[in-house]
Ligand binder design. Structure first.
Ligand SMILES: [Cu+2]
Length: 119
């Protein structure tokens, strides 16, 4: 798992602070749920990490808005949960409504991503 995070971080480093924001489209299904919640972050690189962490946890769609810190995710309720997605986001260094990132994960973020921690 640590190696996955490392590879993912390297992947992100190549896209550091890329102004181009990407989103993906979702395929609707009967088991699909949509949730919106707050995730702390700063920039477009945070956006990529937050959205990537959501998808790693099984979200089919993830869109984080850096203007209001709101993340909207869509996922199959039979495959994952909002709780699992929030845990994954915290694991990648981002505080959110339910889980706080460890100091280690937060410190591991690139300098441009050192957002103000959530209380
Ligand atoms: Cu950032």
């Amino acid at each position: 798992m640590k190696l996955n995070i490392l590879i993912f971080s390297i992947f992100l480093a190549f896209q550091a602070c890329n102004p181009k924001a990407t989103t993906s489209t979702a395929v609707a299904s009967a088991n699909e749920a949509t949730e919106t919640f707050i995730v702390a972050g700063n920039c477009n690189m945070c956006k990529k990490t937050i959205e990537g962490a959501s998808k790693q946890a099984g979200a089919s769609y993830a869109n984080w808005d850096k203007e209001n810190d709101k993340l909207t995710v869509k996922f199959d309720k039979t495959k994952t949960s909002v709780d699992a997605i929030q845990k994954s986001i915290a694991k990648y260094g981002y505080d959110n409504v339910k889980y706080k990132a460890t100091n280690e994960a937060y410190e591991g973020l690139p300098a441009c991503c050192h957002y103000d921690r959530m209380q």
